[in-house]
Design a protein around this ligand. Structure first.
Ligand code: GLN
Length: 330
């Protein structure tokens, strides 16, 4: 339980970190998504946290909406696990980091499946695995589930973003055609791609994203609404794959330096989850060479350091190591 004093102290520290990184990193920005994003939108920067006891922190632009993009892969993978069970899902998509960029056309050939669900190939298979008779039913299920994760009944697919993505979609189509020819996906390719890109086009705020993360941290139960978003038996699998594969080909460096399970998307969003404690959502559009938010990565690195959050850190360096907290009992 976070008391008022602790909450205010953390709020001040988060504000300071946010102020520091607001001025930081623009020289390291490699690209923006979309490339023609207006100048004022490029400066958006939000940091929000939600504790499993419901305490929330917000610094900066936490009400600005952005598309989830690859962060959606986490939550759709959870749904694939629920709809197919862990064994069948693992048969179709692995859990090994690929070491390749998010949209690379590579597969785990020994096991005849994409390397993991956090890169496009694996996320397309996960979309294929979501139950539903057609694309509308699948997208409705995804949307309904994301609303439970966030506690926001107004989450929706931004149709303008979806149409733009469908127009420049050759690579995802190419991946699907190859995977269908190899027997890794089944059915109509346009439907697979539209399901996946619809999930990418669901817009959230940094505050929503922090609640989605906190729901995973809380064993699958939204800490604000008390609603279950994912079966408790699947939470561990989702968070594990975030830890090993969530930051694309920078996943190893992230595990080393930040040490918190996380997932990034090309809109400049990052969700990170410290099981049994909290979830955070960060949003800042400028991207590095891996497609990760420049300010987001910098801020998370310092946040982890400041609060001693690295999951493998010496407990003596971590306030959490010394404070024995009971595990949540959803
Ligand atoms: N919608 C994007 C795509 O599939 C998501 C990629 C990403 O966020 N890395 O290309």
């Amino acid at each position: 339980m976070v008391d008022t004093e602790e909450r205010d102290l953390v709020a001040r520290q988060l504000d300071e970190l946010h102020a520091k990184y607001r001025t930081w990193g623009q020289d390291q920005v490699v690209s923006y998504y979309p490339e023609d994003a207006p100048e004022d939108e490029r400066h958006h920067f939000g940091l929000a946290g939600t504790n499993v006891d419901g305490t929330q922190w917000r610094s900066g632009d936490c009400s600005v909406k952005f598309p989830l993009h690859s962060v959606s892969k986490v939550f759709t993978y959870g749904l694939a696990l629920e709809d197919n069970g862990a064994a069948e899902t693992l048969r179709r998509v692995g859990v090994e980091p690929s070491g390749d960029p998010f949209n690379s056309i590579t597969f785990d050939e020994a096991h005849h499946r994409p390397h993991n669900p956090m890169i496009n190939a694996g996320a397309l298979v996960a979309a294929n695995l979501v139950a539903g008779k057609d694309v509308d039913e699948k997208v409705d299920r995804i949307l309904e589930r994301y609303r439970v994760y966030s506690g926001n009944p107004e989450l929706a697919v931004d149709q303008r973003i979806l149409r733009a993505q469908l127009r420049s979609n050759d690579r995802n189509l190419g991946l699907c055609y190859i995977m269908r020819s190899l027997g890794m996906i089944t059915g109509d390719i346009d439907e697979v791609v539209e399901t996946y890109l619809s999930a990418c086009s669901i817009t959230v705020t940094a505050a929503d994203l922090s609640v989605m993360g906190a729901t995973l941290a809380n064993g699958g139960v939204n800490p604000l609404t008390g609603e279950r978003a994912i079966g408790r038996e699947h939470v561990r699998d989702v968070i594990s794959v975030m830890m090993t594969c969530g930051m694309y080909d920078a996943a190893g460096q992230w595990a080393n330096e930040v040490g918190i399970p996380a997932k990034s998307g090309v809109s400049g969003d990052i969700v990170f989850v410290l099981p049994r404690y909290f979830g955070f959502g960060v949003y800042s559009p400028g991207l590095d060479v891996h497609g990760n938010s420049v300010r987001g990565v910098g801020l998370c690195r310092e946040l982890s350091e400041t609060f001693g959050l690295h999951v493998f850190a010496d407990p003596a360096d971590s306030p959490f190591g010394r404070v024995a907290q009971p595990a949540p009992t959803p």
